[in-house]
Design a protein around this ligand. Structure first.
Ligand code: MCN
Length: 784
């Protein structure tokens, strides 16, 4: 046992506690004397805050403390941090944890109450009197950029928060020499991660030690600690962030929010632990929104289908204040817009436009679902223009295996076999008989089609060299610690959060294989900045398996060598003659000459003197800080079979196939689940999900009645094919893939709909494809 665990389809060790409800999520944290808080939020999109009167709220029975925006500003030393902004020297329109002089989006917090329980806190919050002076709301890009538009931030000349150019090669020459030029406009609506467990925090400010102890449902405990220190002016060593099981993160819980600071300030004010958990209605305005972009793109190509250039403008529809992710999700869309293709000239101007909407932030896939949609749409459009098969255009433009490592506009593609992956997908579609099914359906007069998309995913994010030079204010390395204890069992300490993606199981598999122990001899401990090593970045950008896995592989391999050295000394043989498997170190070819790992542990911890080699330190522990030399690009091809009801505009998905390569797979069962879960989210984004605002800027989407998540009924059967091209520069060869399913889904669904409606000339350039939107496209396509 142990051998062969990397690559084994083992069930997730997290599942028994998650599936039986015996785990602990944030809301299960109850501390002695704990208060519960509620935030009073603005319903207005834009207004000056003239006066906040908390007298009645403070006098309400059961209330222990009330804070306003001004109180919180007085308690902090900095504004809310932004980790990526094109020009960090320029004014960054981030806010304070609660609004101070003005509210700039519906849902922005204005004041907060801590009371004996949540209901009392909510009742008291309603007693807070806020005098607003309404200001004109700016809710669309057109309004924001119109001459004379009301400015959202007086210290900025206009509503352009920031802009950045992503470029490569000679774009002007590419377009001057182009034989074909295509233009297109894309619209992506506003969406959000919507984890089952909403965001929450419990903060305890200890007046005796001066320490701040925070329980937080987050993907990035270490990053939160750094940012809390920055905002509150505390040494990070005085802050402890602990993370219970995270009931879904989906990027939403990667961002840093004002509520973390508000809870800490309320705890200091009241002298009690304070819990602040957003309810579902709040989550629709207070958790990061994402995806909303407008992209105008031009493609230059030769008549033979070779793409020679791409250029355009991307407007990111940012909120009224900038969230901690800053402009990075929009920048990432541009940075990855060439996808798997060798496009020598590229230039996209990224413009972050401030509007009176909730802050823009992280959501699984980050900028990639949009960039994927753009390059795949343009490839299909080029094929239509040239009258050739879209896959022929893909094949002509794929980065060739001989061209790796290939520098894209920002990231380097480390390696891959894109054409083989396309073939793998086409083979699966052929075996599934989709073409025949679609043809028969068409014979019956039904609109059924097959759509494809090919995606690449930047994973293994770092390295620090790239993320820091790119302007990101946190590291890209990962530190893992592994210990064999005196009983021969293994403990892995990781800073990576477990948010349902199975990282504990994957790390246990790596450690168990390296150290030759059964899987259930490994315990993985995460989510405590006092106890776990430093993972500055946290769990996001599909990096945990690749960067954390590689760090652990290296540390555990070193630890194995130490185990063998000690065992060799005790057994009086060379370590080179030893094997370790199933928790036993044995001399190769000498039956019975063996030590259990428990005996080696006993030697290393308890009977040190005279048993350990003289030059060997006691204990069995290794740590590794791994900062990858580059990102690792995983990739895949998605195929979707869809049926369209042309009378109602309803799209029904009938099948979803993904051919995928994430290098060395640690656990194919988890990878399949990740692909399916991600695809389900991508399907939601493609067909259903959108956050709407009314004409006066009011937030209309406040519950799952309005925000339609796909259910098991809407998600079709999946098929998954694997291939493996290990990342040469990553120990273990792992590449990340946690976002892959979501990246490729939107374009594949859109293309299946286009294929189903090919006789009606429908093209899809905006998501989601809601029934009214599709009926309008059908009418437009048929000239009605
Ligand atoms: N894996 C593997 N072999 C590989 C790569 C991955 O076995 N070569 C497995 C591992 O078990 C790993 C999982 O797949 O834990 C995802 O791996 P990775 O690509 O490293 O992604 P992360 O662990 O860094 O997870 C983050 C990623 C992102 S960015 C979001 S957002 C996300 C996600 O994955 N949020 C999730 N998956 C999620 N899944 C659940 N259930 N809940 C979320 O909130």
């Amino acid at each position: 046992m142990g051998e062969g665990l990397i690559g084994a389809r083992v069930s997730r060790t997290e599942d028994p506690r998650l599936l039986t409800g015996r785990t602990r999520f944030l809301d299960d944290v109850r501390l002695p004397g704990m208060l519960e808080a509620a935030v009073l939020r603005s319903t207005l999109p834009h207004a000056r805050v003239v006066r906040v009167d908390t007298t009645a709220a403070a006098a309400h029975p059961g209330v222990f403390g009330v804070v306003t925006g001004a109180d919180v500003r007085a308690a902090v030393v900095a504004r809310q941090p932004v980790v990526w902004w094109p020009d960090p020297g320029a004014p960054i329109p981030s806010g304070y944890p609660l609004a101070v002089d003005a509210v700039r989006y519906p849902g922005q917090g204005v004041a907060a109450v801590a009371a004996v329980d949540r209901a009392t806190a909510e009742d008291a919050a309603e007693l807070i009197e806020v005098e607003y002076e309404p200001l004109p709301a700016v809710t669309t890009v057109e309004q924001a950029l119109a001459p004379g538009a009301p400015r959202l931030h007086e210290d900025l000349p206009d509503n352009v928060g920031a802009r950045v150019l992503v470029e490569k090669g000679d774009v002007a020459a590419a377009f001057a020499e182009a034989e074909v030029v295509l233009r297109e406009s894309f619209r992506f609506s506003r969406q959000l991660g919507a984890p089952l467990e909403t965001r929450g925090v419990v903060a305890t400010w200890d007046p005796f030690t001066g320490r701040l102890d925070v329980w937080l449902s987050t993907q990035a405990p270490e990053l939160v600690r750094e940012l809390l220190g920055e905002v509150l002016g505390l040494p990070v060593g005085r802050i402890r962030v602990r993370t219970p099981d995270v009931g879904g993160g989906f990027g939403t819980k990667f961002d840093f929010y004002g509520e973390e600071v508000v809870a800490a300030v309320l705890s200091r004010v009241t002298g009690r632990p304070v819990k602040l958990v957003e309810d579902r209605r709040e989550s629709f305005v207070a958790s990061s929104h994402s995806r909303e972009q407008r992209i105008e793109v031009e493609l230059a190509a030769r008549a033979d289908g070779t793409i020679t250039g791409m250029r355009g403008t991307l407007h990111g529809v940012l909120g009224g204040v900038v969230g901690s992710a800053g402009l990075s999700p929009c920048w990432t869309t541009a940075a990855t817009m060439t996808g798997p293709y060798d496009i020598p000239a590229f230039r996209v101007d990224v413009v972050g436009v401030l509007t009176n909407r909730s802050p823009y932030g992280s959501y699984r896939g980050y900028g990639l679902p949009k960039s994927n949609f753009v390059h795949e749409h343009m490839v299909e459009a080029l094929a239509r223009r040239l009258g050739v098969d879209a896959h022929a255009v893909r094949r002509r433009n794929f980065i060739a295996p001989s061209a790796f490592p290939y520098p894209g506009p920002v990231f380097v593609h480390d390696g891959g076999r894109y054409e083989e992956c396309l073939d793998l997908c086409l083979g699966a579609v052929a075996r599934a008989g989709w073409a025949g099914f679609a043809a028969a359906a068409r014979e019956r007069g039904e609109a059924v089609g097959i759509g494809y998309s090919f995606h690449t995913e930047v994973s293994a994010f770092g390295p620090s060299r790239i993320v820091n030079r790119g302007g990101l204010r946190h590291s890209g390395f990962d530190e893992e610690v592994v210990r064999v204890d005196s009983t021969g069992h293994v403990t892995v300490h990781t800073g990576l959060s477990a948010m349902g993606q199975g990282i504990h199981t994957a790390l246990a598999q790596v450690a168990a294989q390296c150290l030759g122990v059964p899987l259930d001899h490994v315990t993985v401990i995460s989510g405590d900045t006092d106890a776990c090593p430093y993972t500055g970045y946290g769990t996001g950008a599909s990096r945990a398996a690749a960067v954390g896995g590689a760090a652990l592989l290296t540390a555990a391999t070193r630890l194995r060598a130490k185990v063998l050295r000690i065992a060799g000394h005790v057994l009086e043989v060379s370590p080179d003659d030893l094997d370790v498997a199933d928790g036993v170190v044995s001399v190769r070819g000498v039956p019975g000459a063996a030590l259990t790992l428990a005996q080696v542990g006993d030697a290393a911890y308890r009977r040190v003197d005279g048993v350990l080699p003289e030059d060997e330190t006691p204990t069995l522990e290794e740590r590794e800080v791994y900062d990858p030399v580059d990102t690792a690009t995983s990739y895949g091809c998605t195929a979707v079979l869809a049926s369209v009801d042309v009378e109602t505009g309803v799209v029904t998905l009938l099948g979803h196939l993904i051919a995928h390569d994430c290098g060395t797979v640690i656990n194919p069962l988890i990878v399949d689940g990740q692909l399916q879960g991600g695809a389900a989210q991508g399907i939601g984004g493609a067909l259903f999900e959108q956050l709407s605002y009314g004409p006066s800027g009011e937030a209309l989407t406040r519950s799952f009645t309005d925000y339609l998540l796909p259910t098991a009924v809407e998600v079709p059967p999946f098929g998954i094919e694997h291939m493996s091209t290990p990342a040469e520069h990553v120990p273990g060869g792992f590449k990340g893939m946690g976002e892959a399913g979501v990246v490729g889904a939107g374009a594949a669904v859109a293309h299946a709909v286009e294929d189903a409606l090919s006789d009606r000339g429908v093209t899809i350039t905006s998501l989601p494809i809601t029934p009214p939107a599709l009926l309008a496209a059908i009418r437009k396509g048929t000239g009605r």
